[in-house]
Ligand binder design. Sequence first.
Ligand SMILES: [Fe+2]
Length: 304
Amino acid sequence: MKTPTPASDFAHDFSNSPFHYENETAYQQWKINKLVDYPKSISQLIVPLHDPKKLTAAEIQQLKTLLLKTNMAIYDIRGEAREDKSIPEEIGLQLGIQALDKNECADDDGFTSIQVVDNGLHAIYIPYSEKGINWHTDGYYNRLSEQIYSMILHCVRSAREGGENQLWDHETIYMMLRDENPDYIKAMMAADAMTIPKNVLNGQLIRPDRSGPVFMITEAGRLHMRYTARARNVIWKADELTQKAQQTLREILNSDSVFKFQGSLKAGQGLICNNVLHTRSAFKDDKQNPRLLYRGRYFDKIIL
Ligand SMILES: [Fe+2]
């Protein structure tokens, strides 16, 4: 069942937050803590799970510790490559998330099967092709009251070739952008920083224009990000500061950085995250054994 976040979630006072662009003292302290023992490779994000339907307290702790530090973790269920959506679903439940966004491409149970589809509604969208997908957070086009705060991407079968993901903790992106110029953060937190143009399909309005900020602070004090690097999917505010900020953000994302993680999910592995920035490279399918991932997008925040 949908439990969207009320619009008032963003109406609170966050002047004490380290993510407030004027709160330099709290930000510098936050940054020091953030960088202590920050993982340097994707292998440090992996948490082996014994039984995905019966996580141990230690496994939950490991996942939550990583989620707190990097906003993401990769679980690894060795030898588990079954077509069974209850696996990611139950992992989510054990981490306290259950309110799935049943978007138009989702299956009846709320999870979406990410696979190559040659016809029908799915075929017009890039995720259901072999093409690559540029940097984005999931559901950036959703209403502000229906943001995707957490996401699971569970791999049943990987591609024959390609289909790698790059992953980037949005808090380190925020940090790099703020360190360039704190005013860029101010611009990216404006309610009209970016507008996602309407989606019209066969003359029918699927979604109206939606404006909103790139960075938001949630009631729990966590940082949330809405973003797409796909130029045709976003209209940036025309003022100079916003333009410079979005250009700098793009340059950071295209740069080499110790904060950028890269790898392919293997069968039985899954990404669980606070909707971090991610990409997917183009891939080639094995037609007999096609790539299949299950994706769950949640309105819930993982309580850490
Ligand atoms: Fe995505």
